[in-house]
Design a binder for this molecule. Structure first.
Ligand code: SF4
Length: 434
């Protein structure tokens, strides 16, 4: 067992991945040998970066901690640390319930973690990261926290108020990523729309994207999570004139009924939501619009649910995710409403909405047969190369499968002729390098 070898295990969303990548960089600069999500049992120390957003995520985090507690008891590892959203949210309970963990840290505590491991924080490396993905795409976290007051959401309780990172710092980080070979930069935050309001007193996402576009080797810039209210409209002309900004808008609407959006304490009603969505579709035709919904939030009657269902069928989102409502301690919904909708009703609403989306997706995919699309290859899997178009983000969206008889290179772009479609996937053959 090497006393200088650390395994960082990351759960949850891409924001956690970025936090782990920054920690990996600092630890290796501090003399540690670091591995990531590894099964290697020759490590001395394991750090688990947890997620504590909703029930399923919490369970997965706790199961993982318990698994490593067992590994420690069996003598495979010596030190077990836990950091991230779960320990930020439930610090006292975790210390009490799982005392085998040597120390718990919350979010934004990188210097404390480093101190514990005898490493001094290197300020000169704060914009640098050890990439853990395939290397041709990377996430850029442009802010921490969230200033919105959505009734169901625990994020502001965990991650605090919105703090934008300055444009210069983000451009520096993005340039370093580009130098490492990143071709697709994926901007993430709890809410991209809000970016800049705290530090520049004005919404500044469009200026940030304009600056990032100056890094020429970034072929694709993708934007995730644009809150519908105060959608930065000045982004639309920038997208229209820049083919390097993916025709992909991820705008989580959560619901469409005015009553439900009111209960959810969202800052947009159904009419405003539709108007923004229609404007995006009218002004940037061909853009893939992705959204997420919550089914079974307290107060959702059959009538509200039907309104949502009809809207989904009519608007025909290109990409859609639906989550059953999770009653989270400390949120407004938890304090003010009863979790009155039975789990089986929530689940059946989720399943029905996804079935509608499956049909829409199958039709949209079928219409792409015979079209030529630019595809970035993410990996080889079994007998296929697996790639994506600009209309799809890694991990969450559909993929393009290409038979491995072709000589393709992961990380490269190809023009691919779509030959076949499935509900949530496409098949194609490469025609030329892009
Ligand atoms: S905008 Fe998103 S992260 Fe912020 S409170 Fe609402 S749902 Fe949560």
């Amino acid at each position: 067992m090497s006393s200088k070898k650390i395994n960082i295990v990351t759960l949850g969303c891409s924001k956690n991945v970025v936090d782990s990548e920054k920690l990996l960089k600092q630890l290796s600069a501090g003399g540690y040998e670091v591995v990531y999500n590894s099964d290697d049992i020759s490590v001395n120390t394991v750090i688990i970066n947890t997620c504590g957003f909703i029930n399923d995520a919490k369970e997965e985090s706790i199961d993982t901690i318990l698994r490593y507690v067992k590994a420690r008891e069996a003598g495979h590892i010596e030190n077990l640390y836990v950091m991230g959203c779960l320990s930020e949210r439930y610090l006292d309970a975790l210390k009490h319930e799982i005392p085998e963990v040597k120390r718990y840290f919350g979010v934004n505590n990188m210097s404390d973690v480093l101190n514990e491991l005898g490493v001094k924080l290197r300020n000169d490396l704060l914009t640098d990261r050890t990439l853990t993905g395939p290397g041709h795409y990377a996430y850029l976290k442009i802010s921490e926290g969230c200033d919105r007051t959505c009734a169901f959401c625990s994020i502001p309780l965990i991650r605090g108020k919105y703090i934008s990172r300055p444009v210069e710092e983000l451009v520096k980080e993005a340039s370093l990523l580009a130098e490492k070979g990143v071709k697709e930069l994926i901007l993430i935050a709890q809410d991209l729309s809000y970016y800049g309001l705290d530090i520049y007193r004005k919404q500044s996402l469009t200026s940030l994207v304009s600056e990032l576009l100056k890094i020429e080797s970034l072929e694709w810039i993708r934007l995730h999570y644009l809150y519908p209210a105060n959608f930065p409209m000045d982004l639309i002309p920038l997208i229209k004139k820049n083919p390097r900004i993916c025709r992909y808008i991820d705008i989580p609407i959560q619901h469409i009924s005015n009553k439900m959006l009111g209960l959810m304490r969202r800052a947009h009603d159904g009419t405003e939501t539709k108007s923004i969505l229609n404007k995006i579709r009218d002004e940037i035709p061909g853009t893939a619009i992705r959204t997420t919904l919550i089914a079974g939030h307290p107060g959702e009657t059959e009538e509200d649910y039907n309104e949502l269902k009809n809207f989904i069928s009519e608007f025909r989102f290109d990409r859609l995710g639906v989550f059953p409502y999770s009653h989270e301690e400390g949120t407004y919904s938890y304090n003010e409403y009863k979790d009155e909708i039975p789990d089986d009703v929530k689940e059946s609403r989720v399943a029905e909405l996804m079935e509608i989306q499956q049909n829409i997706s199958a039709e949209l995919n079928k219409s792409l047969i015979g079209k030529m699309l630019k595809v970035i290859i993410d990996r080889k899997e079994g007998e296929f190369f697996v790639g994506r178009t600009e209309y799809d983000s890694p991990e969450v969206d559909q993929e393009v499968l290409i038979n491995d008889q072709y000589d393709l290179v992961p990380g490269n772009f190809y023009n691919v002729l779509i030959t076949q479609s499935a509900d949530f996937d496409l098949y194609g053959k490469p025609v030329s390098n892009s």
